[in-house]
Design a protein around this ligand. Structure first.
Ligand code: FE2
Length: 201
């Protein structure tokens, strides 16, 4: 990717029902990754500033890393037989994203944005539909032996935030999805902030 390619208008990638693994944290991650890839595509199509493109790329790198870590831990826990091959796909994508980031930092005018956004959309779609779907049964079987409770259904939600806040929102949403002590603390903190707001207001 070392030459300029005209930016073409790309249709946004959507989280379609066939992409749902039924594993809450993973589906949430995938929705967020798709949102970030679409946000980057929109920044590119709008011809936005280097700062905005940089923030969108930074958000992409953070989510990719966080999601891959979470997914690989889950696959390790359930002793997924294809873990090594799955991790290789993750490593290849990470390497590509870091290469794009490095080119952006050193020669921003050379980033072929049209190719970058098309590559990301294609990678996400095919990785989720093929490589990720292959582990679903393994994870479900493992969860089934761990506890017999079926999880509450989650509700998809679209929020529009700036990339620097998307990271915080994403982390909060994952804490809430885990539904443990940290989720309870977060709820308490939000309630305290709201109480303080109503006192000040
Ligand atoms: Fe994956």
């Amino acid at each position: 990717m070392n030459h300029m390619v005209p930016v073409v208008s790309m249709p946004s990638l959507a989280f379609t029902p066939d992409m749902a693994t039924g594993i809450r944290a993973i589906d949430n991650d995938h929705r967020m990754l798709i949102d970030i890839a679409n946000a980057l595509t929109e920044e590119v199509a709008a011809g936005n500033s280097k700062e905005k493109l940089g923030a969108a790329l930074d958000a992409l790198i953070r989510y990719v890393e966080e999601h891959f870590r979470r997914e690989e831990k889950m696959l390790t826990d359930c002793a997924y037989p294809q873990l090594a091959a799955h991790m290789r796909e993750h490593q290849n994508l990470s390497r590509s994203v870091y290469e794009i980031h490095h080119l952006f930092r050193t020669h921003p005018e050379q980033v072929p944005w049209g190719q970058v956004t098309a590559f990301l959309a294609n990678w996400l779609k095919s990785h989720i539909l093929q490589t990720d779907m292959a582990y679903v049964e393994c994870v479900r079987n493992f969860d089934g032996t761990k506890n017999g409770n079926s999880p509450l259904p989650i509700q998809p939600l679209t929020l529009h935030v700036t990339p620097n806040r998307a990271d915080l929102l994403f982390r909060c949403s994952n804490l809430l999805l885990e539904d443990g002590e940290m989720a309870r603390l977060l709820e308490e903190a939000v309630t305290q902030i709201e109480e303080r707001q109503s006192t000040i207001g």
